[in-house]
Write a protein that binds this ligand. Structure first.
Ligand code: GDP
Ligand code: MG
Length: 598
């Protein structure tokens, strides 16, 4: 029976430990892609992933493996991202699998996201296959890392494969261990269809393409299916595997990971985590689905051209299909017009969403400074949730502001503990514990305001520890803090989209830093522009953007036509991601200047 020969597994690891490279080697060894088509990090299909060298999306492929026992197996491999902002992709992948390859870098050892991913795998009852990668590196210490896996994770690592994804060492052994140690899926075939949607994407020709894991029953072209959440029904047009290109199959059965298309045009109908069943014989109970993700940060997304508001809505709806952690609702700003308040899992996620909207949907956008959610208690006894700093009530109406705190776990060699604690302290962190994991490595736990973490904490952490520290964090609770709203006035007009929240102790400094920064970012005009920072009606910082001198504009009247064209072109490009507010042009960087100070 075919089911016995199916193996579903994910590859998980801390970022950069070699997941995508290992996936490449597995695709090669199983001849899933021809030599001619092979390229590095093949499953990172988005341009954005390739340019940045990171995996953003989960990616499922089917491949055939001829094992040493003489049998041929169908492997469904799901490559996953390592960055904490995309852990939702990992948790969804794992729910579709029976096993996980845990890749650990032989030189770096166990890091924060290694642990976080192990816990996710254990939550899903997966068989874990440890792989110690990069043994080709001169700094590799595979035996030490083997011990770490046993001590810090509590996994039996005596059979851990010593591998080099780069040099192609140990790959076959990994595949053999998958055959032996990852259980085949079970699930009856002669019962109503029950399949989990773990991802989806919108395709102009095929409509919504559902990535599914079938748990019970079968599905084939022509079947009528029902999406259980909304109760909508469709006729299946095609089922198949991605390998990595879509390949149509006659049937998907319990145990398979593949795709379903059904000319679904109404995007609202499909939700990641929903159960697909048979319309004629629906299954009694839907699968458990996924925990809804709560955004960590919010920011406003506005089209630079106000007429593109509806295009932006449509783009966000389509992107949400492929990015289940993205949330959005309409909002308006006096300065920026109509846009959307969007929720993200972190700043990298926010950055990726803006880039994808611009590239995949051809939009030109302004993103406002990210903000966390504040829980505000008002003097009249009511409570208010504030996702947009501009909507923070007047100080006179506020009894208390509570801000989100995270529990941050930082793993670091002991020689860097000093700088780490200094940084956490500076970021208003509250120390909890410090434990030695072994002779050298220390696990430091702090409670830190989320707003301090999301900005430049990670970069600062990396630079103060020469890249040796790793970070994992989770939202913990809301705690009262002394916070104030700072408004920015340009040419004496308050620009609501530039308002931000700061801790009272740092407010004056932040006000000065930001006005100074804006002065360097906002282009000069032919009149002087005062920039002010204010708390309520009190001005806490001010500076001026000087008017430009005549000769700057006269440059454009250059005689050389080539040079003139270049200048015009440069001006045009400069206009991108720029928004006119009153008489002042504000470039995108201005909205992000809050991030670069403090
Ligand atoms: P991911 O973030 O876990 O997907 O990691 P990647 O597969 O993108 O690899 C991160 C970096 O490590 C890339 O520059 C790879 O070329 C490199 N790398 C991956 N595996 C090995 C290995 O076995 N040996 C060495 N020396 N480098 C590796
Ligand atoms: Mg990767």
């Amino acid at each position: 029976e075919r089911q016995k020969h199916i193996r579903n597994f994910s590859i998980v690891a801390h970022i950069d430990h070699g997941k995508s490279t290992l996936a490449d080697r597995i695709l090669e060894l199983t001849d899933t892609v021809s030599k001619r088509e092979m390229q590095d990090q093949l499953l990172d299909t988005m341009d954005l992933e390739r340019e940045r060298g990171i995996t953003i999306k989960l990616n499922a492929v089917a491949l055939n493996y001829h094992a040493k026992d003489g049998e041929t197996y169908i492997f469904h491999l799901i490559d996953t991202p390592g960055h904490v902002d995309f852990s939702y992709e990992v948790s969804r992948s794992l729910a579709a699998c029976e096993g996980a390859i845990l890749v650990v870098d032989a030189a770096q050892g166990v890091e924060a996201q290694t642990l976080a991913n192990v816990y996710l795998a254990l939550d899903n009852d997966l068989a874990i296959i440890p792989v110690i990668n990069k043994i080709d590196l001169p700094s590799a210490e595979p035996e030490k890392v083997r011990q770490q896996i046993e001590d810090e994770i509590g996994l039996d690592a005596s059979d851990a494969v010593l591998a080099s994804a780069k040099a192609g060492i140990g790959i076959e052994e990994i595949l053999e261990q998958i055959v032996k140690n990852v259980p085949a899926p079970d699930g009856k075939l002669d019962v109503p269809l029950k399949a989990l949607i773990f991802d989806s994407i919108y395709d102009d020709y095929r409509g919504v393409v559902l990535s599914v894991r079938v748990f019970e029953g079968t599905v084939k072209a022509g079947d009528r299916i029902k999406l259980m959440n909304g109760g909508t029904e469709y006729e299946v047009t095609q089922v198949g595997f991605n390998s990595p290109k879509p390949i149509a199959r006659d049937i998907l059965m319990a145990g398979d990971v593949g795709y379903i298309t059904a000319s679904i045009k109404d995007i609202q109908d499909t939700q990641v985590g929903d159960t697909v069943t048979s319309a004629a014989q629906p299954t009694a109970k839907a699968l458990e689905g996924y925990r809804k993700m709560n955004p960590m940060v919010y920011s406003g997304l506005y089209p630079t051209d106000n007429a593109k508001f509806n295009d932006l809505r449509e783009a966000l709806e389509k992107l949400q299909l492929n990015d289940a952690a993205l949330t959005f609702e309409p909002e308006s700003s006096q300065a920026l017009g109509f846009g959307f308040r969007c929720g993200f899992l972190g700043l990298l996620h926010m950055d990726v969403v803006q880039e994808r909207l611009e590239r995949e949907f051809n939009l030109d956008l302004i993103t406002t400074a990210p903000s966390v959610t504040y829980h505000v208690e008002l003097t009249d006894g009511t409570k208010k949730v504030v996702e947009n700093p501009a909507e923070m009530p007047d100080a006179s109406e506020i009894k208390a502001i509570n801000e989100p705190f995270v529990k941050a776990q930082i793993m670091v060699p002991n020689e860097y503990v000093g700088p780490v604690m200094e940084l956490c302290q500076r970021k208003r962190g509250i120390f909890e514990t410090m434990d030695y994991l072994d002779d050298i490595r220390v696990n430091v736990i702090y409670h830190i305001p989320l707003s301090e973490i999301i900005f430049d904490f990670f970069d600062k952490l990396k630079s103060s520890t020469r890249g040796y520290a790793s970070l994992d964090y989770e939202l913990e609770d809301y705690r009262p803090s002394k916070l104030v709203k700072i408004d920015i006035l340009l040419n004496s007009d308050k620009v609501d989209a530039l308002s931000f929240i700061a801790h009272t102790d740092f407010a004056a400094q932040r006000g000065r830093d930001i006005t100074a920064k804006l002065k360097t970012i906002i282009p000069r005009q032919n009149f002087e522009i005062p920039i002010q920072a204010a708390i309520g009606s009190k001005i806490i910082a001010r500076t001026n953007i000087k008017a430009y001198r005549k000769d700057v504009t006269s440059k454009i009247h250059t005689g050389d036509p080539d040079r003139r064209a270049k200048l015009l072109d440069k001006q045009k490009r400069g206009k991108k991601r720029m928004k006119s507010v009153g008489v002042v042009d504000i470039p995108q960087e201005a909205f992000m200047s809050v991030l670069q100070t403090g």
